[in-house]
Write a protein that binds this ligand. Structure first.
Ligand SMILES: [Zn+2]
Length: 160
């Protein structure tokens, strides 16, 4: 498009359609590595506590996000349960094809920790899932864990 041409549609100036292939590797960092290693080897959740603020971060951080204190090494065990902060029910897969059965993806606030984990909720019908529902993590068997978030197989409701 030449500079003297007049735009008919605003999208002409803001984008053009196409695809950009992107490959990337996510690095968890020192604190994240500890989180995944502990999950894999011990089947436990480790967070980091800021002794100045009293906040426990999960996944752990090396610096407090509120006061910037160095909190690396202030590791604390976090229970494997939490509450549903928010959730969505997925009826289609990544290829926009209808799934055989809907799945639930939730943001879960782990007990005693700030932050949270995004994961599947299973053993729960979509209409049964509620914000505030208590859930616990179900881990893969130790021999199948690889040091990833998928070492958590899913979360399930805590039956009372
Ligand atoms: Zn702090």
């Amino acid at each position: 498009m030449a500079l003297i041409e007049r735009l008919e549609k605003t999208t002409d100036a803001t984008h053009w359609c196409g695809q950009i292939p992107m490959n990337y590797v996510y690095t968890a960092g020192r604190a994240g590595e500890l989180f995944f290693k502990t999950l894999k080897e011990k089947g436990e959740f480790v967070g980091a506590r800021c002794n100045d603020c009293g906040i426990v971060y999960l996944p752990p951080r090396i610096h407090c996000e509120r006061c910037f204190s160095n909190i690396e090494g202030n590791n604390v065990k976090v229970p494997n349960k939490g509450t549903v902060h928010t959730f969505t029910v997925c009826h289609e897969n990544y290829e926009e094809k209808a799934k055989e059965a809907p799945s639930i993806v939730a943001m879960i606030r782990m007990e005693g920790a700030a932050g949270g984990l995004v994961h599947w909720i299973r053993k729960c019908e979509p209409e049964e899932c509620t914000i505030g529902m208590e859930v616990k993590a179900v881990l893969k068997p130790e021999k199948n864990r690889e040091g990833s978030i998928l070492d958590i197989d899913y979360f399930e409701p805590i039956k009372k």
